[in-house]
Design a protein. Structure first.
Lengths: 157, 157
């Protein structure tokens, strides 16, 4: 059984593990969804303010999402998300890097209108763990609300 | 020549055109990045609060981004984005729908520290234009800052 609303506690940080940024996938994503030269063209990217070919911010979000889906959402009572209040890409992500992602529980509250639903405010974050010269560089930070069903009450118990 | 900082005026809304939500691509994206049952499994999705198989919010963002890249960023002086202040997925997106996207210019200001850079605050938005029974339903709204170089001054002029 996966996460239900009752399993989230404000202040907790859930480790979502590490993700390798695959160069080919990063490029394919950028060519399809975010074809800016610093995301698709190594030569143009080297001359850009970003300092080299780097990931679309949406790709960084998508990688975080997969880590969160595997660690938290699988088998959970998730009912999706209405959105969030902040999103930041404080530094570029380069191909071949490894990121560590996390989900920090900021707030938990029962829905006023739907008693079987709870709202969990989460701060997602990814930071570099490899290569050594970029360890700890934060590359993604965002805050959103996750909707989770409460655990069903067992009748007769 | 594409957009430079000087081409953005607060209050303007830029039409980014329409995008068809392709079912196969929507499913492939969800399986890779957001494998929740209501994004990947038509049977489970029919039973969910979302009412049917629907797009990952990140896929909706990615489709908006491609429309914005084609209409605004191509050939522009874009230097990326540090992030934004709000993201909302007010309603689900279903496969086969057509969305119209837009970029509304909220604010423009020159960078204090880098005189050749300008910061443009943009509200991105996507809403359904087909099918007829969902026309006008807003499915994505978010606000972010785009960094754009100013137009080079022509020396001697």
């Amino acid at each position: 059984m996966g996460y239900a609303f009752e399993d989230f506690t404000a202040g907790d940080t859930i480790d979502l593990g590490t993700t390798l940024v695959d160069r080919d996938e990063m490029l394919a994503f950028a060519r399809r969804f975010d074809p800016q030269p610093f995301h698709t063209d190594p030569v143009a990217a080297a001359d850009s303010v970003l300092g080299g070919l780097c990931a679309s911010g949406w790709f960084t979000c998508a990688l975080w999402m997969r880590a969160y889906a595997d660690a938290v959402l699988a088998g959970s009572t998730s009912q999706g998300s209405p959105g969030g209040s902040e999103i930041a890409w404080p530094a570029p992500v380069f191909p071949g890097e490894t990121l560590r992602s996390s989900a920090r529980v900021i707030d938990v509250r029962r829905s006023g209108s739907r008693p079987t639903l709870g709202l969990v405010t989460i701060q997602g974050r990814s930071a570099v763990v490899e290569p050594a010269d970029r360890v700890g560089v934060e590359v993604l930070r965002f805050t959103f609300v996750g909707m989770f069903g409460v655990r069903p009450t067992v009748s007769g118990s």
